[in-house]
Design a protein around this ligand. Sequence first.
Ligand code: UN1
Length: 506
Amino acid sequence: MKSLLKKLNIQDTNPGASFGVDHWIEDKSGTELVSYNPATGEPIAKVIQATKASYDQVVAASQQAFESWRNLPAPKRGQVVRDLGEAVRELKEPLGELVSLEMGKIRAEGLGEVQEMIDICEFALGLSRQLYGLTMHSERPNHRMYEQWHPLGPVGVITAFNFPIAVWSWNSTLASVCGDTVIWKPSELAPLTAIATQHICNRVMADHGLSAIFSLVIGTGQEVGELMINDPRLPLISFTGSTKVGRHVNQTVAGRFGKTLLELGGNNAIIVAEDANLDLAVRGILFGAVGTAGQRCTSTRRIIAHKSIVDELTQRLVKAYGQVNIGDPLEADTLMGPLVTSAAVEKMEAALQRARADGGQVLTGGKRIDRPGNYVEPTIVRMPKQGDVVKEETFAPVLYILDYEDVDEALRIHNDVPQGLSSAIFTDSMQTVERFLSAGGSDCGIANVNIGTSGAEIGGAFGGEKETGGGRESGSDSWRAYMRRQTNTINWGKELPLAQGIKFGD
Ligand code: UN1
């Protein structure tokens, strides 16, 4: 562990704010934050959290950096992000392992997460030459109309523990090629991953003679989070986390006419039709429900299976769950690591208690594992109906199984939850596929066919509807969230005709 931390410049005690190589700020009155290894319960290292004083210093630096960064041609900004991707590629292994060490996802997924950052850096580089605006034909003679996109300013990015690098990188790489500067408040559960990433950013910025394009402020939601969402100097807040906190962020930022980009709770279901390829379905469900110990926004939480195959599917899933190797996330053959905190274990236990009270039958799992660390058994619960507990997001490996008789019923159950992030169907019927993808089908931001709900590629827009918050991050045209649109009309004639044919004082 010591050599891993050394490779990434993590000290025993780390300052909690930075905007450049020579700009690490240790707040004298900052409180200590200890990062624990969820696999053992042991401390890894400490961070001195930022308070208002260092927060203000970071925002001032970020504002100042924005003044010149916004004028650098976007393809030049892209080159900085390209170098960031290259620097991360060189440290992929230790960085991925630090993710595993700090939040408990298995090594393969930790590395996958770093790969997601490398991928989005490449995407952002290409994007830096494609920040397109439209041109329109004016109704007036000798007039030209078009729209262009300008950067917003310093953007606040508040991220969750479960993707401590990837989600920040979706935001920061796109925002920075768009000409914004970025201020990052990571989860209090994954501060060391953020510190390691900031060290890399600092090096790359220094190579380009820059600072404060990427900045870090580690502190509590109550202190630093509140400062950010109330701060008119931050025109956009991108927030990933629970619906409950997201609602507060949304309302607060809207109150000052700021913009938000929200990626909140998911309660993702897979419909398994009577004609589904069950081999594929079992594998897709296993990765979706057990991967990352059920702690992805995209994790599969509900199975809606046709009555004719539900028993066979369930038996096969129970068997597959029995073969899941649970243990140290850094061991090569582990498939499921611990939950992030013991509070997460307690929330899982409470949800299972409610599910049982609702008539749920636990078919496998259901218990905490008696060893150090926050280990639980991956759990399958057969539910007679979709009650309140099934409609809530429990961030744990709990999979509820429901059944249906016809596609109408499947879709009704599917959409009858407050969240709308990801969804999937397993079927070989073209009609059922099209039905699922039609306007009256899945109401989610992501709808997949014959693959699971999780593991999206960076190239598509990522996000969801309803209480998931409506934001879109990562690929496609998500970059627009980080810019402001300006419509321009240019008169190159010698007359001043008015639109709508209005004559005024002629
Ligand atoms: C999240 O859980 O917040 O699609 C992000 C996925 C990952 C990202 C998940 N690429 O599962």
